[in-house]
Design a protein around this ligand. Structure first.
Ligand SMILES: [Zn+2]
Length: 136
């Protein structure tokens, strides 16, 4: 078995230049499509954080802007933070502090409840024609 007797297959690139352009075209197209659908998705499904206290909505905030929100008054408070699209209760002076220990919520939904203070942080779909004026 000598390699010299074997017929060497013609060294052909596995794709030609035209195929390369086609591949690039497909890649660009799918990237554009992906971007379009992703953009559309975030447009249609724009999750917001709704904060209610004592059953009343006190604010609705977009998840894509980091901020810290203080809820309450002199007698009690909760501090919630939006960071990198997730929401958590960072501080509270409620007796059980289970709200602070709650897992962070994000655009997939969920809620954080502070029972003693009747504060609820909830992810809502922000496409329901919410007022543009979001409380600072
Ligand atoms: Zn609490």
């Amino acid at each position: 078995m000598s390699p010299s007797t074997e017929k060497k297959p013609a060294k052909k690139p596995w794709f030609r230049r035209a195929d390369l352009f086609l591949l690039i075209g497909i890649a660009v197209l799918s990237a554009a499509l992906f971007a379009f659908f992703f953009w559309k998705d975030t447009r249609i499904n724009s999750p917001m954080l709704e904060i209610t206290s004592g059953g009343k909505t006190i604010g609705v905030y977009p998840l894509d802007e980091d901020r810290e929100i203080r809820i309450g008054d002199e007698s009690h408070y909760n501090l919630c933070r939006i960071e990198n699209g997730t929401v958590r209760m960072t501080e509270a002076d409620c007796p059980d502090r289970s709200c602070v220990r709650s897992l962070a919520i994000d655009r997939r939904g969920g809620q954080i409840i502070c029972l003693p203070h009747r504060v609820v942080l909830r992810i809502i779909d922000g496409t329901g024609g919410l007022p543009d004026a979001v409380a600072e």
